[in-house]
Design a protein around this ligand. Structure first.
Ligand code: ATP
Length: 204
């Protein structure tokens, strides 16, 4: 992937399927002083704070998705994860707001040599096109399902349904500059992250 900006900042996109370990890797990166923008958690914040976005969500999904102005994420998830057209509609509303917010965040970090944007659907949304390098975290489906069910106390069937809505790892690999396998221990994962970080610094 080519550099998208003329200054010396390298924008790194970090992606992977549900439960692959994106946030775990982001936390390692934050510990190494690399600023990370978490698109998924920022998207949720914007769905609660951006008035224009809230109005658009209500107009499509109804008043009941907000309880006293707070998004009922379980209700919204149950609506969209059963209907791929609805998930697309929601993504089409949230994605431009996240992009706007990300651009403002970049301005605040414009003196940093490397910044990272974490996003579950970085490739599917096209956001990868604005990144200089892409890191893909891959992990076996059964491992991911086990990890997420433990983390969220959620049922295996609904996790598998969400996994099946995303592109497969085989499809995502085509877009990746660096692939990190996360089927082993956290110590192993940390070493893999350091290796990739050093490679990015080398070409920076
Ligand atoms: P999501 O897309 O659902 O947000 P994610 O890709 O951000 O998931 P994480 O939240 O980082 O994934 O990881 C999922 C769970 O698995 C977390 O509870 C995390 O602590 C755990 N986990 C991740 N990697 C490992 C590992 N190598 N060993 C043990 N547990 C792990």
């Amino acid at each position: 992937m080519k550099k998208t900006n003329s200054n010396s900042m390298t924008k790194v996109g970090l992606t992977g399927g549900i439960g692959s370990g994106k946030t775990t890797v982001s936390n390692f990166l934050l510990n190494y002083g690399i600023p990370v923008y978490n698109s998924d958690s920022q998207g949720k914040i914007l769905m609660n704070t951006n008035l224009e976005l809230k109005n658009d969500i209500v107009s499509i999904f109804g008043e009941s998705v907000y309880d006293n102005g707070i998004l009922n994420t379980n209700l919204l998830s149950s609506i969209v994860f059963n209907d791929p057209k609805k998930i697309e509609k929601l993504n089409n509303l949230v994605h431009p707001k996240v992009s706007e917010d990300f651009n403002q965040w970049i301005e605040k970090n414009n003196n940093k040599p490397i910044i990272v944007k974490e996003a579950a659907i970085l490739i599917e949304s096209g956001a990868y096109l604005n990144m200089d390098k892409i890191i893909l975290i891959v992990s076996d489906k059964s491992t991911r399902i086990n990890r997420v069910s433990k983390r969220d106390d959620s049922d295996l069937e609904s996790i598998e349904k969400r996994i099946n809505l995303q592109l497969t790892d085989d499809e995502k690999i085509k877009y990746a500059d660096y692939i990190i396998k996360n089927n082993s221990s956290l110590e192993y994962l940390k070493l893999e992250v350091i290796k990739v970080l050093n490679k990015i610094k080398d070409v920076n």
